[in-house]
Every structure is written in structure tokens, then in C-alpha cells.
Design a protein around this ligand. Structure first.
Ligand code: PGA
Length: 224
């Protein structure tokens, strides 16, 4: 069971309060070093596909490794939505990070319109295939199913919706799949109890130490 906290572009909690936690944290770039030094398993929020070059504003896998960072998110829906990241760009980022020895959490998920029009599986299929083509079922690769309509909205997929989507994703690429989208202490247990839900990618609730800890404890209880 993997619990990853995505702090997005927020400062995030006091790292000392997270010491000893068996979880991944995904802080902004400016706090990567602090999290590594505190002994936390630390992932970046994005990574470029080239090891170096003229790519202003980007960060490369060798740079992250130099900091002691263990992996990176790729393809978060906010990257896809607001920064025009394509399935190909996401797959290239993931493949380069894996090849460099970083872990990768690659995010996929449908919008509300896509779900309402019955296109969820078609959308997931395209997103997952792009990743599968470049990365395969690599060691170190984890997918995150994050329905866009559930991210930061307080709406959570029902356990049944999450389970169905996870099973579908695994039928296309057999790697662990985390659920993300308004995971909170009070809904974590029923989501994490689903057979194909292998953990959670937590945004808002990871900014609060107590709620993040509570989700991690729930995960540990379910796994044991
Ligand atoms: P949320 O964000 O938990 O605040 O919905 C999840 C994410 O964006 O990874």
C-alpha cells in the first residue's frame, strides 16, 4: 500500500512532524532537499525527458537524483489541463525518469464530461496505452487513477467506481494503481479496501499533518 502526499504549489506541512512516516511526499521543488534530509521518501511533481538542455523552467532526472529524490509524479491532471501536457509528453517524462532509476507515479483520469458521455474507458485506454508503450510494466512504475472531477472538489469516486476503473487500468498495464481525488481520513478506508486499489495520492488532505497521518495509519491497518 502506497500513500503519496501531493503538496502542489503549497508550502506543505512541517517535515519534522512527518518524520518516521512510511509514505511518499511530493513537495514543491524548493522543499525537495529539506524533505530528503528529513529522511522522507521524496518525489518531485514533474520531471523532463531530457537529462539536460535548453528547457527553461524544467528539471531533469539527474538533477533530482543529485538531490537524493526517489521519484516523480508525471501527467498530473493539472499539468495536462493547465500546461498542455500531452499523453506523449507524459509517457516520455515517465520513461526517462524510470531509465534514470527514479520511481514514477503516472496519473490518468477522465473529466466529468467524459464520464457523463460514457467515454471513461476509452479515455483511460488512450492514456494508459501511451504510458505502456514507452514504459512497459517497469519496476518502479505506479499509476494513479485520478478522476478530474474528484480532484480538489470534495467529490470522491465511490469505492465501486474506483474499483472498476482500477481493474480496467490493470487489464491494460499490470502495475500498482493508486486512487486520487478528495481522499480524506473519513473516506480512505472504504477506498483502500477495494482489491485493486493499491494506495492513494492525496492532495488537500496531505497538507494537514494529522489528516495525512490518519490516512497513512488507515492504509497500514488495511494492509496488515
Ligand atoms: P485532492 O488532490 O486530494 O486535493 O483532491 C489530489 C491530487 O491532485 O493529487
Amino acid at each position: 500500500m502506497i500513500i503519496a502526499g501531493n503538496w502542489k504549489m503549497y508550502r506543505g506541512p512541517d517535515v519534522h512532524a512527518l518524520a518516521g512516516l512510511d509514505a511518499i511526499v511530493c513537495p514543491p521543488y524548493t522543499r525537495l532537499r529539506e524533505c530528503v534530509e528529513a529522511g522522507l521518501t521524496t518525489y518531485a511533481q514533474n520531471v523532463h525527458w531530457e537529462p539536460e538542455g535548453a528547457f527553461t523552467g524544467e528539471i531533469s532526472a539527474p538533477m533530482l537524483l543529485e538531490l537524493g529524490v526517489a521519484g516523480s509524479l508525471v501527467g498530473h491532471s493539472e499539468r495536462r489541463q493547465y500546461f498542455g501536457e500531452t499523453d506523449l509528453a507524459v509517457a516520455r517524462r515517465g520513461a526517462a525518469a524510470l531509465a534514470a532509476g527514479l520511481g514514477v507515479i503516472a496519473c490518468v483520469g477522465e473529466t466529468a464530461e467524459q464520464r457523463e458521455s460514457g467515454a471513461t474507458e476509452a479515455v483511460l485506454e488512450i492514456q494508459v496505452e501511451a504510458i505502456a508503450e514507452r514504459c512497459g510494466a517497469a519496476d518502479g512504475l505506479v499509476l494513479a487513477y485520478e478522476p478530474v472531477w474528484a480532484i480538489g472538489t470534495g467529490l470522491t469516486a465511490t469505492p465501486e467506481i474506483a474499483q472498476d476503473a482500477h481493474a480496467f487500468i490493470k487489464s491494460r498495464l499490470d502495475v500498482p494503481v493508486l486512487y486520487g481525488g478528495s481522499v480524506k481520513p473519513d473516506n480512505a478506508a472504504e477506498l483502500l479496501a477495494q482489491p485493486d486499489v493499491d494506495g492513494a495520492l492525496v492532495g488537500g488532505a496531505s497538507l494537514d499533518v494529522e489528516s495525512f497521518k490518519s490516512i497513512c495509519l488507515t492504509a497500514a491497518r488495511i494492509r496488515s
